[in-house]
Design a binder for this molecule. Structure first.
Ligand code: PBG
Length: 319
């Protein structure tokens, strides 16, 4: 008989043969910066998560740094939105000013800037619109301009989340031409049109004002197409590949892990966080064990990097 239980007898033995471990260095913490002063506005559907104004964001950044987390993913929420998302590529936009502030105060902290238009456009879509159609090629220069603008402000990495075709190559060229050959791109490569983003759209004020994102984000049903998306982004010059959301798409993560040696990231999104928090607040689940089990699942499936709203908690639990 194979006695599997021999190595399960005590924690020392279990630790010795444990195949997957979570490290603080795996974690990226998403943060929301909003225009205004003295703001720490709770996101109702995401307990523990806030929109911060620049003058108060250090309260949260101190928690990040003290927990030993290496990087944040920054989302900006401007006061003024327009048809073409001008503030996304305004050198004095809220995101750019926040990045300058962070790099001055916390020079070691990795600042990854999300690149998209949806938080900045009045219609809430991730690209320019003409006659109700989300334009692809016309949107690329704006995404490139937004990327250059945040990189000039000091961002260490850009993470395009818009899902326009060809944007990774376009942004790569533009950064290269402007002297930023060494700035890495983390591509939201396989990004699904998912209901799991619901709470984020409250947090970032980015819900589309008409229609949905199905003409640019992926169909949840398509695992093989998700692999093609990843291969396309690798081909265009991405440095890190992302699958998003995480938990309902671990099969895709695993498949991508098998076909490439690129660093892999997954985004444990707002809806996944909200569900855990809601159940935990009701006393229905053990939050810490559930979260650690989820983290382990994401790593076991192949992610090295995990973007998660639980990052500070996880870092504190494992330290
Ligand atoms: C912007 C963007 C979204 C998320 C990250 N970048 C929302 C969307 O595509 O609608 C979702 C993150 C989350 O749900 O936590 N395009």
């Amino acid at each position: 008989m194979e006695r599997m239980r021999r190595l399960r007898q005590n924690e020392a033995l279990r630790s010795l043969v444990r195949e997957t471990e979570i490290s603080t260095t795996d974690l990226i913490y998403p943060m929301f910066v909003i225009e205004g002063e003295n703001i720490k506005e709770p996101v109702e559907s995401m307990p523990g998560i806030y929109q911060w104004s620049i003058d108060r964001i250090d309260e949260e950044l101190d928690r990040v740094v003290n927990a030993g987390i290496l990087g944040i993913l920054l989302f900006g929420i401007p006061a003024h939105k327009d048809e073409c998302g001008s503030e996304a590529y305004d050198d004095n936009g809220v995101t750019q000013r926040c990045i300058r502030h962070i790099k001055e105060k916390y020079p070691e902290l990795l600042v990854i800037s999300d690149i998209c238009l949806c938080e900045y456009t009045s219609h809430g879509h991730c690209g320019l619109i003409k006659d109700g159609v989300i334009l692809n090629d016309e949107t690329l220069p704006l995404l490139a301009e937004a990327s250059l603008s945040v990189v000039k402000a000091g961002a260490d990495m850009v993470a395009p989340s818009d899902m326009m075709d060809g944007r990774i190559g376009y942004i790569r060229n533009y950064l290269d031409e402007n002297g930023y050959k060494n700035t890495p791109i983390m591509a939201y490569s396989a990004k699904i049109a998912s209901a799991f983003y619901g709470p984020f759209r409250d947090a970032a004020h980015s819900a589309p004002q008409f229609g949905d994102r199905k003409s640019y984000q992926m169909d949840p049903a398509n695992g093989r197409e998700a692999v093609r998306e990843c291969l396309a982004d690798i081909d265009e010059g991405a440095d890190i590949i992302m699958v998003k959301p995480a938990l309902a798409y671990l099969d895709i993560l695993k498949e991508v892990r098998e076909i490439t040696d690129m660093p892999l990231c997954t985004y444990n999104v707002s809806g996944e966080y909200a569900m855990v928090k809601a159940a935990a607040q009701n006393g229905w689940i053990d939050e810490k064990r559930i979260v650690m089990e989820e983290m382990t699942a994401m790593k076991r499936a192949g992610a090295k990097i995990i973007i998660t709203y639980h990052a500070i908690d996880v870092a504190n639990w494992i330290s």
